[in-house]
Structure formats: C-alpha cells, structure tokens
Design a protein around this ligand. Structure first.
Ligand SMILES: [Zn+2]
Length: 333
C-alpha cells in the first residue's frame, strides 16, 4: 500500500485476480468528509479478502466507503461493486448495462459480433470461442446499479480537487480522474509493463457504427500526457507519463507498418491477417489478436494507406495503389 500525501490523498491496494493480467490496483481517496474507492477488483473470494485487508491497511473499511467510482466496465474493475451496499456508485453512462448485467444488452452485443466476425472472415468455431470467453469473463461481475453518471469536466462527487476526463479507447466506458496537482488515476488507459489493448466493441444503444477504438485511444492518451503521476489499474505508478505515451503512439505507427507489409498486395480479410501475424496466439486469443489487427487496419485506413471494400457481405482490405485499387485510380486519371 502506498500513500500519496497531499490533500485528498490516495492509497493504493493490489487485488489478486484469476485473469492473465494479474493483480488489479484499486485506490482509496481520503477526502475531508468522505472516503472514496476507485474500482473494486473482480467478484472472487480471494479478491474480496485482499480488498477487505487493503481497506483496513488504508485505515478504513467497506462500511466506511461513501462512494464508489468506476474507471470502466471490465470485470476486474467493477465485479465487487455490489459488496458496497451503503456506497453510492458512479461511472460512465455506458457502464449501466454492463454493471446491471442487462441480458438484452448482452444479446445485442452477441448478435453484432456474430455478424461482424462473419463479415471479417472469422472461422465460425473461433466466433463461438470468443463469445464463450466473453460470457465466462462476465461471470466475475455481480450485478449492481449506478447511482450517478460521470462525464468530462465533472468534479468527482464528495471531493474538491479531482476532475473527470473521458478516455475511451481501451473501453468505451473508460474514465480517468486527475487531481489539480497532476496525480491521475487512469484505470487501464496507460500501463507501464504492457501496452493497453484498444478493445473492439459493438455500437451502443442509439449508435449505428462500431467505435474505431485504436484511433480513439491515440487521441485520448494525449489527454493525460500532462499528468505528473499516473496511478494505473495494473502495475507500477508511472511518473512523468509523457515519454511512455509517446513510445506507445510510435509503437502503434510501427505496428501498423508491420501489418501493411504483411498484407502484401492482395486483398485480405482482418481475421486471416490476425491469424498470419499472431499464429499460435491467435488460436488461444482470437478476440484480442483480432481486435489488435482491426485497430491497426483502422489506423492504416485513416492514413489512406489501405482501402476497404465490402463484397458479398465480406470486408476486404488492400494496400492502396496495388491491385484493384491501383487499376481503378489509373482508370480515373
Ligand atoms: Zn480493462
């Protein structure tokens, strides 16, 4: 447990998780009048034991938490929110169906992904594997309800010096919180030892397009570059995050070039590209590797380095100025 001693100081608690990512960090903010907990860890007996002990070490207890603030909807961050029945719970508005475990929402997301993956050439057995993984992962959330929605520029309720920054990319529900002196609780927006995945998501209610998550992520990463210290959802505290942010942004550009090289001159589907780049990792984690591939295809498309075509319900990508794209542009000249 580390204390960051300023007004409205912060204690860090590490919570074990059953996931590959390892421990998750949650943070206690000691306000003048209220005690706030940011994130909870997944719904799991070991995680709860660690959280109870961590709260005790931080000089508080589950009953003394006045408000619970959630960075994003992933189970390792919100799973145990229900264990704080006396706390008011806050998060991004899009977090509502996830924390309530809204079955209609799940069904909508599933049917989007079935169609979407088919368009992008994902083998049917892989689609089933992905949907099963998503369902298993959701078992680590126990349903709860939000008491209030947070958005850009809001002050964290119950506190004086913490502002809300909307940071979609890793998750559409993602929020970061920055104290006036530059200390920033950033969830999974920036992690020192792993590059955060800009995970693909289905459109939300009222939206018609899927978000282009890597492009969003690149934009919102810069919103925390002026922070003095980043307190992440996993791993070590990051001082002066600007250099790490620049590294991440450059790595993405380089990775996009790698994908472009791999594409060669022929039209290719995103799932096949993911398979050929990630090989065995794709077999185990088709969802994350596909997401990573799609994100970089979005980036290449944004840079006009590739074209995208829909043919008989299938989406094909191709390097610009090769093959059909070149013939067409020559034809126009
Ligand atoms: Zn996450």
């Amino acid at each position: 447990m580390t204390a960051f001693t300023e007004t409205e100081s912060v204690s860090k608690i590490r919570i074990p998780t059953p996931f590959a990512v390892g421990d998750v960090n949650v943070y206690v903010i000691h306000g003048e009048k209220e005690t706030i907990l940011v994130d909870t860890g997944p719904e799991h007996p070991e995680s709860w034991k660690a959280l109870e002990q961590g709260l005790k070490d931080a000089g508080t207890s589950p009953e003394n938490i006045d408000r619970l603030i959630l960075t994003h909807h992933h189970p390792d961050h919100i799973g145990m929110a229900w264990r704080f029945p006396t706390a008011r719970i806050y998060g991004h508005g899009k977090l509502v169906p996830w924390i309530e475990k809204d079955q209609l929402h799940y069904a909508r997301v599933q049917s989007f992904f079935r169609e979407f993956f088919a368009q992008h050439g994902m083998p049917p057995e892989k689609v089933e594997q992905i949907l099963e993984t998503q369902e298993k992962y959701r078992a680590f959330v126990h349903p709860a309800a939000l008491d209030g929605e947070l958005s850009e520029g809001d002050l964290l309720p119950g506190l004086q010096s913490w502002n809300v920054i909307e940071t979609p990319g890793h998750a559409q529900t993602h929020l970061s919180f920055i104290r006036t002196d530059g200390v920033c609780i950033a969830g999974d927006h920036l992690i020192e030892h792993i590059s955060s995945n800009a995970i693909m998501e289905a459109p939300y209610e009222g939206e018609s397009m899927r978000p282009r998550t890597l492009l969003q992520y690149r934009e919102t990463l810069q919103k925390i570059s002026h922070a003095k210290t980043v307190l992440p959802g996993h791993g070590n505290t990051i001082d002066q995050p600007e250099a790490l942010i620049n590294t991440r942004l450059n790595d993405q550009l380089e990775k996009a070039e790698m994908f472009l090289q791999k594409m060669g001159g022929e039209p290719v589907q995103a799932a096949q590209l993911a398979q050929s780049v990630y090989k065995r990792v794709f077999e185990k984690q088709p969802d994350l590797t596909f997401s990573e591939t799609l994100g970089h295809l979005d980036l290449l498309k944004e840079q006009d380095k590739i074209t995208m075509e829909l043919e008989d319900g299938h989406v094909w990508y191709q390097a610009a100025h090769t093959g059909k794209a070149a013939e067409r542009s020559t034809g126009q000249e």
